[in-house]
Design a protein around this ligand. Structure first.
Ligand code: ATP
Length: 304
């Protein structure tokens, strides 16, 4: 047992599923800083399916927050609600403490929230600099830019190269088409682009899903550097070793809502998986309670 309090098999009760009691790393304590991005009571229904069921969320300044959960737990729906992909049916999103309702993903971007999607929105035939400035191109000064819409490629290349160097992304020439890069390098370009434009939050949906070990390591390093630049990162991932390697805190999502928020250093991976699947619950003091003894036993987290 690596959690802060011993397993309490005697507390095998319904309280273990009370989300209100399942957030041992509380951002609401008086000393805690204000969340950068937060939500309360979010609901999203698709017909009869409730994808988000009164979910809460808090992203604190300067952190990498992993969002984990079983397939269908509602992680993607939660992120979509936070990044303007749809308006939730109920609940409130706050950015820097102020209630906000994004009109769409572009509006969220305009508010400094950048999302790196799993299916990589890089333009393969365009070069790295053009990808960095996709949709935000710099035009030439004067009539050449305003009337003839000519691009200032020199400025874009210089700025892109500076930015890639600052993030220590090694991709060779900035004028290389993205299609000539490896999967990891392409992902690095997508992450670097998000970091270049994000003022408040970078969201990454499974950024290492398609990558090998070495490339994944490089992307994880890059995520650390984005955080170290002062931009908090939301990382949706099924990869528990990556989550444990990089996350400061882990938001565990289950059945459409926040089941718990934990620090990876306080729990074993098996325990976190057990919380994710409902075998273990989390008490307000951070201890765990057995919610499903068969599942907890199968997961090897019943304690000694
Ligand atoms: N566009 C949609 N139409 C209908 N149902 C949807 C839609 N999007 C999601 N759902 C349903 O909402 C629930 C939550 O889905 P969501 O994709 O948010 O979960 P997830 O945790 O991201 O899953 P995964 O890890 O498998 O991607 C699921 O039951 C899913 O089938």
């Amino acid at each position: 047992m690596t959690g802060p309090a011993p397993h309490d098999a005697a507390s095998h009760d319904a309280a273990s599923h009370d989300p209100a009691s399942a957030a041992p790393v509380s951002p609401a304590s008086p000393a805690a800083p204000e969340p950068v991005l937060s939500a309360r009571g979010l609901v999203k229904r698709y017909g009869h399916v409730t994808a988000i069921d009164h979910a809460d969320f808090d992203l604190m300044p300067g952190e990498v927050l992993a969002v984990i959960g079983d397939n269908g737990a509602g992680k993607t729906s939660l992120i979509k609600a936070l990044t303007g992909a749809f308006v939730p049916d109920a609940g409130e999103v706050r950015l820097h403490g102020r209630p906000i309702r994004f009109a769409g993903p572009q509006d969220a971007r305009a508010h400094g929230i950048e999302t790196v999607y799993q299916d990589l929105a890089v333009a393969a035939s365009m070069d790295i600099a053009s990808n960095m400035f996709l949709g935000r191109e710099i035009r030439r000064a004067g009539v050449l830019g305003s009337v003839f819409r000519l691009l200032d490629k020199k400025a874009m290349r210089r700025q892109a190269a500076d930015h890639m160097a600052a993030l220590k992304v090694g991709v060779g020439s900035i004028t290389q088409p993205v299609e000539t890069l490896s999967g990891g390098q392409r992902q690095a370009v997508a992450v670097a682009r998000a970091a270049a434009w994000a003022r408040s939050v970078v969201v990454m949906d499974e950024p290492t899903a398609a990558l090998g070990v070495k490339e994944s390591g490089q992307v994880l390093d890059l995520i650390r550097r984005v955080r170290d630049k002062g931009i908090p990162v939301i990382l949706i991932s099924h990869n528990m070793p990556h989550v444990f390697e990089i996350a400061d805190r882990v938001h565990v999502h289950r059945l459409g809502r926040r089941e718990a928020v934990i620090k990876p250093s306080d729990y074993s991976m098996a325990e976190v998986v057990a919380i994710m699947t409902g075998a273990l619950g989390v008490r307000p003091d951070g201890g765990t309670v057995v919610a499903d003894s068969d599942a907890a036993s199968a997961a090897g987290v019943l304690g000694s």
